[in-house]
Design a protein around this ligand. Structure first.
Ligand code: NDP
Length: 405
């Protein structure tokens, strides 16, 4: 039977009302594209408010047209002419530069994906938090660099933060319902990256394309290099510390080459709870998008019989000193996380640009930390204070670069 016109109208009205208003900061990146892939499979459920990009204005324009965005903003002002030309006549608002980026992040929405890479995402992510939406947090550097200030702002805004990093999403899923004092610890798993079995000598001459060739995950360049050095897991320890208010003693890392178990939560009755899924970021993104419900994600299903073996090993801090450095920074607290993050961003950029070798990434971070004790100890009260420390740490790291060239 066909529905009557009135019931059809009602149905249409309801479906319009049900549409969730979503924005994606860092839409042109790996997480941004995966988020839009999920949204594009069910367009009637979502209204895309703002999409932002860093430098890739042409791709941003394509995404804005495809997802009928209200607003498209490119952070790099030089991208403005390309964006303007590509979106002319579409009715999509456009903007460029920092002020426009903050306006996009703060435009009212029900759900915002924060997926800008690096400390550049700090202010826009905070803007999203302040406008009161559910914020899906992919940008771990926000918490590494400014965790205390960031989480205070989340509390002040009474905002809800949904971790997107697969390990933290897993932790959130399996910790649900457990009282904090009953959690003895959580263990984040790491694939070990492309150099898991390489000797230090071999890693010394590792080429960029080898470091970018991650065995399990397809990700943007910065986080892929962080995965190869294991700095990524170190950043994630700091992220978990701030997200879940857990002390360093309750946070651990285990190498798990298959990337199937994402996190283990140890409880006071001896139970260990884990979350498993095939390595595809669309699973944790879908969890944050549907939270507190579940939705369909078009990902490969886990077939443990076909896989046969799941293996685990302790991390090697000698071959992967970045993980040791992050642990030390976690123990030190204060502004050391800001220095670590800034130095690491400089080091990864230098490695990607062919200026330093692979092992020099952690060495440069260590040298920057060693010569920035004053910065690490400096008290900060605001995001501006964090950004000032970040800028000084970057300058210090750049000044040390030639030592490692
Ligand atoms: P990508 O490099 O693929 O994408 C980064 C995004 O940020 C792009 O949209 C880029 O724009 C934008 N961007 C870069 N610089 C700026 C800037 N200065 N101002 C505004 N926007 C900028 O990174 P990923 O998607 O891989 O990672 C994003 C975040 O998510 C990172 O913090 C990462 O650690 C985290 N994460 C990623 C995972 C993954 O699987 N990829 C897994 C877990 C966490 P453009 O490309 O146009 O320059």
């Amino acid at each position: 039977m066909f529905p009557s016109l009135t019931s059809l109208n009602l149905e249409i009205e309801r479906s319009v009302v049900r549409q969730r208003r979503i924005s994606v900061l860092g839409a042109t990146g790996s997480i941004g594209e995966s988020t839009l892939d999920l949204i594009g499979r069910d367009p009637s459920s979502y209204q895309v408010i703002a999409l932002t990009g860093g430098h890739n204005a042409a791709r941003l324009a394509e995404l804005a047209i495809r997802h009928r965005a209200e607003l498209a903003v490119i952070a790099d002002p030089e991208g403005y002419p390309v964006l303007r030309q590509a979106l002319s006549g579409t009715g999509i608002e456009i903007g460029a530069g920092e002020a426009a980026l903050l306006e996009a992040a703060g435009r009212p929405a029900d759900w915002v994906m924060a997926a800008i890479v690096g400390a550049a995402g700090l202010k826009p992510t905070l803007e999203a938090v302040r406008q009161g939406s559910l914020t899906a947090l992919a940008n771990k550097e926000c918490l590494v660099s400014a965790g205390d200030i960031f989480m205070a702002e989340v509390a002040r805004a009474k905002a809800t933060l949904l971790p997107v990093d697969s390990e933290h999403s897993a932790a959130m899923q399996v910790m649900a319902g457990a009282r904090p004092e009953r959690i003895e610890g959580i263990c984040l798993t790491a694939s070990g990256g492309p150099f898991r079995n390489w000797s230090l000598d071999a890693m010394r001459t590792a080429r960029c394309e080898q470091a970018l060739d991650h065995p399990n995950w397809s990700m943007g360049p910065k986080v892929t290099i962080d995965s190869a050095t294991l700095m990524n897991k170190g950043l994630e320890l700091l992220e978990a510390h701030h997200l879940f208010s857990l002390p360093a003693a309750k946070l651990d890392v285990l190498i798990h080459p298959q990337s199937i178990v994402h996190c283990l939560v140890y409880l006071s009755d001896g139970s260990v709870l884990a979350q498993m899924s095939c390595p595809d970021m669309r699973t944790p993104i879908a969890y944050s998008l549907a939270w507190p419900e579940r939705m369909h994600a078009p990902t490969e299903r886990l077939d443990l019989a076909a896989l046969g073996t799941l293996s685990f090993e302790a991390p090697d801090f000698e071959r992967f000193p970045a993980l040791r450095l992050a642990r030390e920074v976690l123990a030190a607290g204060g502004s050391a996380g800001t220095v670590l993050n800034a130095a690491n961003e400089v080091a990864v950029e230098a490695f990607l640009g062919g200026k330093i070798g692979f092992l020099a990434i952690a060495a440069l971070v260590e040298a920057t930390l060693e010569s920035s004790a004053d910065l690490s100890a400096r008290h900060r009260r605001s995001v501006e204070d964090v950004l000032a420390i970040d800028a000084e740490a970057r300058a210090k790291a750049r000044s040390l670069l030639k030592r490692f060239a």
